[in-house]
Design a protein around this ligand. Structure first.
Ligand code: BES
Ligand code: ZN
Length: 632
């Protein structure tokens, strides 16, 4: 591929784009994993997983390699074998969030192209950061314990020793012994898919993932789980279905069974055939720290989206879209995370637009940007992370919103969707199964359009885009003012202005009819608009609640926004918000509430957290503790 430098804007910000992953100890440039074999037993009593992990690696360094460095975090490693022979290993000191380097010396120098097999016997420990272990009382039925992993970005190393970098992709196979149904992010081989999964009896579950994926997509969940298949799509060779605790299955199925297979079919139409064979969604207990996580074949999702109003179908549209962007084309390091999330958000909005019409192909960017991380270096689309810095700390809406708007801007620049979609498909075909940098993405973009019939015209248009500003610029505004269909937002804006004006008047005329015709999404937009205004007096907050019932709204997105506005105004709703947050493990909900509680009622914030900290997943627990400034 040739890079048409003549049209590529020069890099005014002069940030060298480094594709080395600084969050890994692995010498992955010299030797890389091609396959992982897991043999695990879930020990419910001790809340540990123990067994072995066998890595098949291939030497890529042209001068050969003398050692293998892997990532591990809080594992208890008992033995290492290299090609069937016991081998010595050493562990470095811990590097903050990045864990320890597990170094294995090879008896003989391995040459380029050589295969090496490393088998590691180990157990997880109680400090494991990826596994959330729930006691029976934390589940719906209260009868059985529950377990799930959350490995993105760099927590896979606390589940298995591995090259824990998105730059490396490998296939995997797993055997898991558990007394409760065990799901993994692959295709189930045994028991067969039609078998009823028994509770309380030890069964060996066998999975395979024949598509090469990065370590962070290796995922497990086990507990009292039930399944229902979604309606088949005609002529398709893939299946979709819903997993969750039996007591939630009806609600989850009702909410997502129709849209899930339709979104996969629609994404195939926009992009290319679905490659993973199975697409299931697993609704986890409330402590799940994210909205959704795109584990291959098996999206993990928060149950807070089961609102009964289908208002969160975009979550499934989003996670499905990762099958092409993130799981298909990966990022070479966490600095290039936007290639996962920006592209995925772009496709997600095409899918939602396909379902609901163009007006819904919206963005919350304008309001969203105001909520972004304040640290300017994380406002960059491609932030540079320091050695061993926690990628979770850089997490924000930037890669999602700047990224997807950048792509929308490019779509419009080249002349619309009909021209952009063939490019999207070519991009996918070129880089599927690989992990790339932003430079590689950009090089392909110029190359692709340069090769088209009117290539020089395309390149002239692309040449006018300020790539450097988009990629390396910080600040909370986009460098281009993108216009959207505002029809759905207009009524939200009008009502929010009425509330703004109400500060000055004695008599108000608000009634519940004001929001009667609003979709949940519009209520959210309305509340975001209120939140962007100066703080409201407590009297208007209680009027807002009494008139529209937001303080009792069952939709968590609405409730969160209401509490955010209320807690900025004063402590009146602090008790309510504290009661609400104790079973909201999704960080999008619990972190802002705890932060605002800390400002209004610091004692209540601390007390609430300390009493309920065991409910939260380790990642969320650590983040809230950091936000509140408490030691765990
Ligand atoms: N891959 C992300 C979740 C993630 C990102 C986990 C970084 C850990 C580190 C997932 O696809 C995602 O973006 N989830 C969103 C939902 C979505 C509708 C934007 C979430 O959890 O809020
Ligand atoms: Zn995502």
């Amino acid at each position: 591929m040739s890079f048409s430098t003549a049209y590529a804007p020069k890099n005014q910000h002069s940030i060298p784009q480094d594709d080395n992953d600084l969050s890994t100890h692995a010498n992955y440039r010299d030797i890389r994993t091609t396959h992982v074999d897991l043999d695990w037993t879930i020990d419910w009593k001790s809340q540990l997983i123990h067994g072995s992990c066998t890595l098949e690696l291939e030497v890529t360094a042209k001068d050969g390699v003398e050692h293998i460095s892997l990532d591990e975090s809080y594992l208890d490693i008992s033995a290492v074998e290299v090609d069937g022979q016991d081998s010595k290993f050493t562990l470095s000191d811990r590097h903050g969030v990045c864990g320890r380097e597990l170094r294995i010396e090879l008896a003989n120098m391995a040459k380029a192209g050589d295969q090496v097999k490393v088998k590691i016997q180990y157990s997880t420990t109680k400090d494991c950061t990826t596994l959330g272990w729930l006691n029976p009382v934390q589940t719906k039925s209260g009868d059985w314990p529950f377990l799930y992993s959350q490995s993105q970005a760099i927590h896979a190393r606390s589940l298995l020793p591995c090259q824990d970098t998105p730059a490396v992709k490998a296939t995997y196979a797993a055997k898991v012994k558990s007394t409760l149904p065990a799901l993994m992010s692959g295709i189930r081989v045994s028991p067969p898919s039609e078998a009823k999964l028994e509770l309380g009896k030890e069964i060996e579950y066998v999975y395979k993932q024949p598509v090469a994926i990065p370590s962070y997509l290796i995922a497990i969940a086990s507990g009292e789980l039930a399944y229902r298949e979604c309606p088949k799509q005609e002529g398709k060779n893939w299946k979709t279905g819903i997993w969750t605790e039996p007591l939630m299955l009806d609600a989850a199925y009702e909410e997502f069974n129709a849209d899930t297979p339709k979104f996969v079919a629609a994404a195939e139409k926009f992009a290319s055939p679905y490659e993973f064979g199975v697409y299931d969604v697993l609704f986890l207990p409330n402590s799940f720290p994210y909205g959704g996580m795109e584990n291959s074949c098996l999206t993990f999702a928060t149950p807070t989206v089961l609102a009964g109003d289908k208002s969160a179908v975009d979550l499934v549209a989003h996670e499905i879209s990762h099958s092409w962007f993130g799981n298909g084309i990966g990022c070479a390091s966490w600095s290039h995370f936007w290639l996962n999330e920006g592209w995925t958000t772009y496709l997600e909005r095409l899918l939602v637009g396909d379902r609901e019409g163009e007006a819904a192909r919206r963005t919350d960017l304008k309001d969203g940007l105001a909520l972004l991380q304040s640290e300017p270096r994380f406002q960059r689309l491609v932030p540079s992370l320091q050695q061993f810095e926690d990628p979770d700390d850089a997490f924000s809406k930037v890669p999602y919103e700047k990224g997807s708007n950048f792509l929308l801007h490019l779509e419009r620049t080249v002349g619309g969707l009909d021209i952009f979609l063939p490019y999207l498909r070519d991009y996918f075909k070129t880089f599927n199964h690989t992990s790339i940098t932003t430079d590689q993405w950009k090089e392909h973009l110029f190359d692709y359009f340069g090769k088209q019939e009117n290539g020089s015209e395309f390149q002239r248009k692309l040449g006018q885009v300020d790539f450097d500003e988009w990629i390396y610029g910080s600040g909370l505004d986009l460098c281009v003012d993108l216009q959207y269909d505002q029809s759905l937002a207009e009524s939200c804006e009008a009502l929010s202005q009425k509330w703004d004006a109400a500060r000055e008047v004695k008599e108000t005329s608000f009634t519940s009819h004001d929001v009667e015709s609003f979709s949940t999404q519009q209520k959210v937009v309305f509340l975001d608009k209120l939140d962007a205004q100066p703080v409201f007096p407590a009297s208007l907050i209680s009027l807002l609640d009494n008139t529209y019932g937001f303080g009792k709204n069952d939709n968590a997105e609405v409730r969160l926004r209401f509490y955010q506005i209320a807690l900025k105004s004063g402590p009146e709703y602090a008790e309510d918000a504290a009661k609400w947050v104790v079973d909201k493990g999704r960080m999008k909900f619990c972190r802002p509430i705890f932060r605002l509680l800390k400002q209004q009622t610091p004692e209540l914030a601390q007390k609430t957290f300390m009493e309920h900290k065991d409910f939260y997943h380790p990642i969320a627990r650590k983040m809230i503790a950091k936000d509140l400034g408490v030691d765990l």
